[in-house]
Design a protein around this ligand. Structure first.
Ligand code: A3P
Length: 298
């Protein structure tokens, strides 16, 4: 089935989830042609759950020996995180064999694909997956702003009510949101060495603890010496919303896919939903979350 005009793109349902029609070509080619390597790392989210932040943090973390100085010559100072950690399936939109030869090891990829749609070799090789979820209220508000920004000006904005109604019915980028989260949550319970399930809010509230957790999961824990030299704080500062959003590259640049880098930085806070959603809307989202994710109150 196809859903017209949700954003600039139509959405198409595939394997139970809604994909932008153009991107779907990349998803199918990626499923057919991508060959994972054992130490590949996959950063997975629903859109607007903090993908950009997770990309920056993980890039800085796994490359901290190559780039020890976050103030000088660090790739994050001059590249948007989406350039350093590209979306895997999007690389397949125009080709069946994208060139990943310049990637250093471990290769970092990201995707918004639900667990059921991941390329088979990711599962077969037991690659590590980091899943970041965010509460549906802030995710929805962030998504609403982002997608309206992407819509061509002449098409006008989608109303909040219209987008909200679709989101609740599961019709959103890579939605249903709740099914997406549930898929990875289950995997993280069944296989905690393979899938790390993180929450944006937890990371915001206790960043040090969660960065350490991420480093241990990825088998690159901080040494005592690194901890004494405040390496953890340096990475967190480098990747903070304030720092990244104020870099020239993120204020002015564009991604190869055409989006403006600044579109990935809006407020970066917990609870902005209070400024946009009515009491009824909040109750509806709470109700859906209780019904669909009882084990995981977001
Ligand atoms: P808001 O729209 O609520 O501000 P994604 O990266 O998945 O597209 O998600 C974008 C959301 O993450 C936006 O949320 C954006 O502001 C926020 N964000 C971007 N960089 C961040 C960072 N370094 N730290 C915290 N939040 C960040």
């Amino acid at each position: 089935p196809t859903e017209k005009g949700w954003v600039a793109n139509h959405l198409h349902q595939y394997q139970g989830f809604w994909h932008p029609t153009r991107q779907l070509k990349g998803v199918i080619a990626c499923q057919n042609h991508f060959q994972a390597q054992e130490n590949d790392i996959f950063l997975i989210t629903t859109p607007k759950s903090g993908t950009t932040w997770l990309k920056a943090l993980t890039f800085a973390l796994v490359n901290r020996v190559r780039f020890p100085n976050p103030k000088e010559n660090h790739p994050l100072l001059t590249n948007n995180p989406h350039v350093l950690v590209p979306f895997l399936d999007m690389a397949y939109i125009d080709t069946d064999s994208p060139d990943f030869s310049s990637f250093t090891s471990p290769r970092l990829f990201s995707t918004h694909l639900p667990f059921v749609s991941l390329p088979k070799s990711v599962e077969d090789l037991g690659c590590k997956i980091v899943y970041l979820c965010r509460n549906p209220k802030d995710t929805f508000v962030s998504l609403y702003h982002f997608t309206n920004r992407l819509r061509h000006k002449e098409k006008g904005e989608n109303s909040l009510e219209e987008v909200f109604d679709k989101f609740c019915r599961g019709v959103s980028l890579y939605g249903p949101f709740w099914d997406h989260v549930l898929g990875y949550w289950k995997q993280s319970l069944e296989n905690p060495k393979r899938v790390l399930f993180l929450k944006y809010e937890d990371f915001k509230e206790e960043p040090k603890l969660h960065l350490k957790k991420l480093s241990e999961f990825l088998e690159c824990p901080f040494s005592e010496e690194e901890e004494n030299h405040t390496v953890i704080d340096q990475i967190l500062n480098l990747c903070s919303f304030d720092n990244l959003s104020n870099l020239e590259v993120n204020k002015t640049g564009k991604l190869p896919s055409g989006e403006e880098n600044c579109a990935f930085f809006r407020r970066g806070e917990i609870g902005d939903y209070k400024n946009f959603l009515t009491k009824e809307m909040l109750e509806k989202l709470d109700h859906l979350t209780k019904e669909k994710l009882p084990a995981l109150l977001l």
